[in-house]
Design a protein around this ligand. Structure first.
Ligand SMILES: Cc1cc2nc3c(=O)[nH]c(=O)nc-3n(C[C@H](O)[C@H](O)[C@H](O)COP(=O)(O)O)c2cc1C
Length: 410
């Protein structure tokens, strides 16, 4: 996608952004990006590895950003210590293109040129956009380096698949400007205090089929679970959202769509391994039709219809014995119309969870379908926190703030 049709997101305007360029052919594409960011009102400063300067001349970057370009740790830049100057200055760092070589050097903690030194001295979020030949990208050495950078909190924008400068087709093209910009926005919004943690969220009302066209469900919109998943992802968690609902997907959230409670249970079981935190925000039905008609039930042929319903077992109780659940900190959600605390505590015990968010569905201004919520967060250790009325996203961040001290330290 050409950059001139890609608007620069508001979050990036007015920011101090360091763009670190290493020696790959895609360096020419980053000139456009640096120019667009500057034109949108960000202050952009560029640093280049020696190899990068063989692909694009520093005066080109200087021309589009209006700032001198750092090409070495000895070059004067108005600071007595050029190697830490940009790391101190930047509010966001983009490494693009990131060569296999620079990724390896950063992963190894080296600081042998201005790009790696800047990254080692960085205090802000870092976005890395690799670009290289497909065979290089696929190598375990590169993948391990990438995963270690991710683990330390860097956001890596996956390269795209397509035509490569080497003449091959494959994964390795620099990600598109919208993908890079989305990752930069995501990095800025993030505080990364959930980096390296795996979080599973369930959301939405389950649907239990009566026949191929009808189902029994409930009023849960799934918005709370989507908001929680987005907040956890923005804070650096690896998030899987198991849901029946269809809201816009959020950068960094892996969405697994399901319909019935049985599908949700199966997906939950397959996702729990390695998870550290589970939010059961889905409204799982309590009953389902004992039999599902294989063909549509026709009104003309059915003067009256009585559905026999069977109970659906509690999902958490069903997985309680699973080994994968043992180390998972579990937060359930309870929609109550009265006595939030009392019913919340009972439910927490019954479900064997470490915390519960009880919200009041008798209030018209919050809850089902609304963008707002309010309630109380109770922990099994007896602590209790009021969750004032707020957007579901704000409430999610508050819940994540309160849950974090309960998770294992990293
Ligand atoms: C024409 C040419 C194109 C290259 N393109 C890439 C590339 O896209 N990605 C990459 O990782 N390395 C690429 N390389 C190799 C790097 O330039 C080389 O590994 C260099 O040491 C990288 O240094 P740097 O990481 O300090 O920039 C290319 C080399 C040449 C000569």
């Amino acid at each position: 996608m050409p950059l001139d049709s890609t608007p620069i997101p508001d979050e990036l305007r007015g920011l101090r952004i360091a763009v670190l360029v290493s020696g790959g052919i895609a360096a020419y594409k980053v000139v456009d990006l640096a120019s667009a960011l500057t034109q949108a009102g960000s202050e952009v400063r560029v640093a280049m590895t020696p190899s990068a300067t063989r692909f694009v001349g520093p005066p080109t970057f200087q021309g589009v950003t209006g700032n001198p370009v750092l090409t070495g740790i000895w070059a004067p830049v108005g600071s007595p210590e050029p190697h830490v100057f940009l790391g101190d200055w930047a509010q966001l760092i983009l490494v693009a293109p990131a060569t296999a070589n620079v990724i390896g050097r950063v992963a190894a903690g080296r600081s042998d040129d201005i790009v790696t030194a800047t990254l080692l001295a960085a205090r802000c979020p870092v976005v890395i956009a690799p670009a290289m030949n497909d065979a290089m990208w696929a190598k375990p050495a590169v993948q391990e380096n990438v995963s270690s950078l991710r683990h330390r909190g860097a956001a890596v924008v996956e390269p795209e698949t397509g035509h490569l400068a080497s003449g091959h087709q494959g994964a390795g093209r620099l990600a598109s400007p919208p993908a890079i910009l989305a990752a930069m926005v995501h990095a800025i919004r993030s505080r990364y205090d959930y980096a390296g943690r795996r979080v599973v969220v369930t959301a939405g009302g389950t649907r239990e089929p009566i026949d191929p066209v009808r189902f029994i469900s409930n009023y849960s919109s799934g918005k709370m679970g989507f908001a929680l998943a987005a907040a956890a992802a923005d804070r650096g968690a690896t998030v899987t959202l198991i849901t029946t609902a269809n809201h816009p997907e959020h950068h960094g959230v892996s969405v697994q769509r399901v319909d019935t409670s049985a599908e949700m249970l199966a997906e939950l079981r397959s996702q729990l391994s390695g998870a550290e935190l589970l939010f059961m925000a889905a409204a799982v039905g309590d009953f389902r039709p004992a039999r599902t008609a294989t063909r549509k039930i026709r009104r003309e042929e059915t003067p009256s219809l009585t559905l026999e319903l069977e109970p659906i077992g509690d999902l958490l109780a069903t997985v309680a014995g699973d080994e994968a659940l043992a180390g998972v900190f579990r937060i359930a959600f309870a929609a109550e119309d009265s006595e939030l605390d009392k019913k919340g505590v009972e439910k927490m015990k019954r479900k064997g969870v470490q915390g519960i968010v009880a919200n009041d569905i008798s209030r018209r201004d919050i809850g089902f379908g609304s963008d707002y919520n309010a309630g109380v967060l109770l922990f099994a250790d007896g602590s209790r926190f009021e969750l004032e009325k707020a957007t579901k996203r704000e409430m999610s961040d508050r819940i994540l703030d309160l849950v974090l001290p309960h998770l294992k330290k990293r």
